[in-house]
Write a protein that binds this ligand. Structure first.
Ligand code: ADP
Length: 142
């Protein structure tokens, strides 16, 4: 039985997740599962690139993103769904996989890619999540 559904959202590109959001809401409702919405603030990996950002960049970005995610959830997730919000910083697919394990999610729902990238069927993060997650992954295509 599905108890917790994880919906990772790229908060800077929410239009691409509209269909995944609808599917996740429908599944949460019919399976009476909690919905966990997650946004990852990407880190800039290499120390060289990271050195161009202020030291507290990640904390500030995380705070700002939390506000944006909160508004998005309030505007898009209907009453009656038990919803939790998560903001993490790091490598996108690793944080999605780690969050799924920590939350105890049994299903991850995500969009395959941005709509404008029609020539490939699976974006880089979606592909890595499918490859590395222990949970079932529902890849929603437009
Ligand atoms: P694209 O490069 O076309 O955006 P991705 O593989 O990066 O393809 O995105 C596919 C899905 O991965 C998104 O719809 C979203 O579910 C998830 N994703 C991408 N970026 C993030 C992010 N920063 N935080 C959370 N989830 C993300």
């Amino acid at each position: 039985m599905t108890k917790a559904i994880l919906l990772p959202i790229d908060i800077s590109n929410t239009a691409s997740s509209q269909k995944a959001l609808s599917e996740a809401i429908e599944l949460s409702r019919t399976r009476r599962a909690d919905l966990h919405v997650l946004t990852v603030v990407p880190d800039y990996g290499m120390a060289l690139v990271g050195s161009f950002f202020p030291r507290d960049y990640s904390d500030k970005a995380t705070r700002e993103v939390s506000g944006v995610l909160d508004t998005y959830v309030k505007e898009n997730v209907p009453d009656g769904i038990t919803v939790h919000q998560h903001v993490r910083a790091g490598t996108i697919y690793k944080e999605i996989v780690a969050a799924a394990n920590e939350i105890g999610a049994d299903l991850i729902v995500l969009a395959s890619h941005r709509p404008e990238m029609q020539d490939y069927l699976l974006g880089p993060n979606a592909a890595r999540v499918v490859r590395h997650a222990r949970q079932s992954v529902f890849v929603v295509r437009d």
